[in-house]
Ligand binder design. Sequence first.
Ligand SMILES: [Mg+2]
Length: 382
Amino acid sequence: MPRWILHVDMDAFYASVEELDHPELRGKPVIVAGPEPRGVVATASYAARQFGVRSGMPTTQAKRLCPHGIFLPPRFDRYEEMAQKIRAILSEYTPLVEPVSLDEAFLDLSGSELLYGPPERIAEEIHMRIPKETNLSCSVGVGPNKLVAKLASDAAKPGGLKIVYPEEVQSFLDQLPVEKLWGVGPKTAARLEEKGVRTVYDLRQVPLGLLRSWFGPKGGEALWQLARGLDETPVVPVRESKSLSHEVTYAQDIFAKEKVEAELRRLALLVVDRLRAERLLAQTVQIKVRFADFTTCTRQTKLPEPTDQAMIVAAEAVGLLSRVQIPPGQGVRLLGVGVADLVPATFRPLPLFLDPKLGDVLCEVRQKFGTDALRLGNSSSK
Ligand SMILES: [Mg+2]
């Protein structure tokens, strides 16, 4: 049975929400960005893009390119509110909705046909309803898999709808530059360029054996599949978890402050592992401290931006400890670290503090070698 995957992508989402809430900004170069010196652009309106402003670009650079731009700090709560409205519309058509970020989602429509009619009609309806019910513009792509659906919505931007039927996949892909394929980053693209491979068509001419010798067995195989529009990745609906936490009750009370801090760091890593496994970002960090006499303290702090960075969560958890009054002579019986106000990840809008790659590496090592393989400074053994 052929699969029908739909990809919805809101156009310049954060900037569009700001324009919706402040109509006087409509059509102006609105740039939602983290503060200087380390902030980056989360979303630029189409008017701002004309000046060359792009998401991911340092705010400082965006200000140089577009000195008259209207720079606004992100308001994630408001974007999340709109994202929920959009998700509610989407989930009317199938329970198989996978939010990729606040402004993007995949739907698996295979099987929705009997209830809602052919996928084309569902796509048209979604494409019409979102702007009507939210006053925000969206692009919709439909294809036989996620890869093609996402490329289709990209081709439909802004505000369009594109359906790529199975028999059109190859001609649709062939004309695209290789870096449009997911997983083909600037480095891979540069290596392919060296070999004279620029478009997907070029890539399709390269034999599998050669691709393997260039990029290793796994990388070569992946590129070979991508070039043919083959992608079996399932649409995985994310359950909405409101919070995640890890708690430990200790056999012996802990007295040393350094030991408590080390434990908080260790628990923070465990929480972040789960956060990442569920592809979520946290906006709040919480700790729980219970003393030998069973008095219990909880403290929490709101982060300046959503994160899944172990170092940030650990630092916040340890920082919160300073707001807990430790009764003299009392040992710690239980510790907990939690994260809350969770939003879908993948799109990491504002890596203000740390290179997000560092967190990825930490996570990968720990996945491969177990959670004890790599710890943050000072989170010594139990
Ligand atoms: Mg978008």
